[in-house]
Design a protein around this ligand. Structure first.
Ligand code: 5AD
Length: 364
């Protein structure tokens, strides 16, 4: 071996050691500086990732055990007034086959879900003007009256403080609103001009102020995303201190301007799940559908990186394939009960267990 080679080897070892130390520091202090984040994100390698995952999984075990919380996801509408460049249900996609569920259909989903042991219902949809405050308050208060022991999570995009207040008073407990990116310039590359990063962040703070358990999040590998952007997301998440963080890989949708961009990777998504678990030990971290879409074992790998939530679909099966945010989104044509059995098998085979409880966040 010549000396040149030795020098490189030593350098490489030192670099790896520094990165491993950063992960130790993150675990200990639950925070890193911007510069440290950039260094760690740029330095990702299989060794660094495995180290972060092992630690993150141990942290999840210590905080939540091996319980995986399940959420019954009801995709209430794929109408959307927004035109986000990455999303398959953007308003200018004329090929999307639009649908919306009425109150009875939503309540049917809840009834089925309750029977199967779900104690959280997530009502998610595009920003569909049909669901005014009056319509939503009626739906939410009906669910609240029928299922006092369940958590109601909403994921309906940006609304006014007043609207969030009315929905909270009607009985909603939680709200999912991914920040998508914490950088205004990057936000502008993913969204139409009428949407802004500052308003998105304001919505998240408003929701917190109203006492919602708030979920933020982002797509890993979104177009134009840099290590510096990702570092900013981590600082923003630390500051927001959300009860939940939903992340998944970006996956192109053929009818969007981002059709030809590369998808985010399984590896980087797993790495970020682990980093978020280390930074916010008590947060709820779903192994998302997008993660299960890019890899058949994606969700199991997500658990092994510290994830502890799955959100199977309770929507009526004829509608499921229409809620197509990205290509090849996994969905089944089977009944909710069959889905749940499959999920149970998957979770148990990965040496975890499904917990039929509300599953509130330990980061509140
Ligand atoms: N790939 C992955 N995730 C997507 N989302 C929307 N479009 C895509 C896509 N092409 C995510 C966004 C949004 C959530 C509901 O789905 O992060 O907040």
């Amino acid at each position: 071996m010549n000396t040149m080679c030795l020098v490189n080897l030593n350098k490489g070892d030192r670099k790896t050691r520094n990165l491993l130390e950063l992960i130790d520091k993150l675990e200990r202090d639950k925070a890193l500086s911007y510069k440290e984040w950039v260094k760690l994100i740029k330095g990702e390698s299989p060794e660094i990732r495995d180290y972060a995952c092992a630690k993150a999984s141990a942290v999840r075990d210590a905080v939540y055990g091996r319980d995986i919380y399940i959420r019954g996801l009801i995709e209430i509408s794929n109408y959307c007034k927004n035109d986000c460049l990455y999303c398959g249900i953007r308003c200018s996609n004329r090929n999307a086959d639009r649908y919306r569920l009425n109150k009875e259909e939503i309540l049917d989903c809840c009834a089925q879900g309750y029977e199967l042991g779900f104690r959280t219902f997530v009502l998610q949809g595009g920003e569909d003007p049909h669901y005014t405050d009056e319509v939503m308050v009626d739906i939410v208060s009906s669910i609240r009256a029928l299922y006092p022991d369940c958590a109601i999570t909403l994921s309906l995009g940006e609304r006014t403080m007043e609207s969030y207040r009315r929905l909270r008073e009607a009985g909603a407990d939680r709200y999912l609103l991914r920040h998508e990116t914490a950088n205004e310039e990057h936000y502008g590359k993913l969204h139409p001009a009428n949407l802004s990063c500052s308003n998105r962040k304001q919505c998240l703070y408003n929701l917190k102020e109203l006492g919602y358990q708030v979920g933020a999040g982002f797509m890993v590998g979104a177009p134009y995303q840099t290590a510096e952007n990702l570092a900013e997301y981590m600082l923003f998440l630390k500051e927001l201190n959300p009860a939940m963080v939903g992340i998944g890989p970006f996956i192109p949708h053929h009818d969007t301007p981002f059709a030809d961009f590369e998808a985010g990777t399984l590896e980087q998504t797993i790495f970020f799940l682990a980093l978020i678990r280390l930074m916010l030990p008590g947060t709820l971290l779903p192994a998302t559908t997008a993660l299960g879409t890019i890899d058949p074992k994606g969700r199991e790998k997500g658990f092994d990186a510290g994830a502890n939530v799955v959100m199977p679909n309770l929507s009526p099966k004829d509608y499921r394939k229409k809620y197509e945010l990205y290509d090849n989104k996994i969905h089944t044509d089977s009944e909710a009960a069959e889905n749940k059995r499959q999920l149970e098998k998957m979770v148990e085979a990965a040496s975890y267990r499904i917990a039929a409880v509300r599953g509130d966040s330990k980061n509140m």
